[in-house]
Design a protein around this ligand. Structure first.
Ligand code: ZN
Length: 260
């Protein structure tokens, strides 16, 4: 896979400050870009509290809404969010379909709001996937690449490289395509509504259509990550992917060990 152009060089050794650049105020529907001042050009001496960059396989970030997870920048097998809660404690089986999914507590209220408003609009969304541990992502990955040797590596992520390990990402389902992950989701009533409105609740579609060269993933119209209303709205209106935004505005998170 060709590395996205926005990916900083893996040999970059300076340590960028750990603080996030404030999200720029959105003023245009077409031209918004992250602040260029966010480019990590600072000297190491300016950030005495920054920790050295370690291998991605060792990365255990704090639970944060803007943690970078891409095909290049993964997470340790030991990273697990601290505030996971079962979806079944907050949603009826008509939403969870009985799956034992968990998500971070921080996204429960936004999830309740988006689901309630979808029902009010006459829709019937389900939540068919949430947090996946490094281990369970490994099982899912094996299944995909075994079932689809040609395409599986593009349809799923290897363990450590899935946003689902963050606990802030969900896959929505629709009864119109039998709650399956397939290319027809974007044509379902639920998929159409989510594509249009999810950002109003703080959720952004991580892998929009025709962004494979940037994100490394094919179109996943069911896969939404919570980043907060302000950023989700900016991304939706600008057309920038979350991957581009995070790589442009956040410090280099770790050193990739494997070229994927
Ligand atoms: Zn997903």
């Amino acid at each position: 896979m060709a590395a996205p152009t926005a990916v900083p060089s893996a040999t970059h050794t300076e340590v960028a400050p750990p603080t996030l650049t404030p999200i720029p105020t959105h003023t245009s529907t077409a031209t918004w870009t992250p602040s260029p001042t966010a480019t990590p050009t600072h000297t190491p001496t300016a950030t005495p509290t920054a920790t050295p960059i370690s291998a991605c396989t060792d990365r255990i970030p704090p639970d944060d809404l803007l943690t970078i997870v891409t095909r290049d920048y993964g997470l340790s097998r030991y990273y697990e969010p601290q505030d996971l809660v079962p979806l079944s404690a907050h949603f009826p089986v008509t939403i969870t379909l009985g799956f034992p999914n968990e998500v971070r507590a921080v996204i429960i209220e936004p999830l309740k709001e988006i689901v309630a408003d979808m029902y009010a609009a006459g829709l019937a969304p389900t939540i068919i996937s949430g947090y996946r541990s490094h281990y369970s992502q490994g099982i899912a990955w094996e299944k995909w690449i075994t079932q689809y040797p040609e395409w599986g590596h593009n349809l799923s992520a290897p363990p450590g490289f899935s946003e689902h390990q963050l606990g802030t990402t969900v896959d929505f389902g629709s009864p119109e395509n039998d709650n399956e992950f397939d290319g027809y989701f974007h044509q379902t009533s639920e998929g159409i509504w989510l594509a249009e409105h999810a950002h109003e609740y703080g959720f952004i579609m991580s892998y929009p259509r025709d962004t494979f060269d940037i994100t490394g993933f094919f179109y996943e119209p069911w896969h939404f990550r919570y980043v907060g209303v302000e950023l989700a709205t900016q991304l939706k209106q600008s057309g920038m992917t979350l991957t581009e935004y995070l790589l442009a505005t956040q410090p280099l998170p770790c050193i990739p060990e494997v070229e994927r």
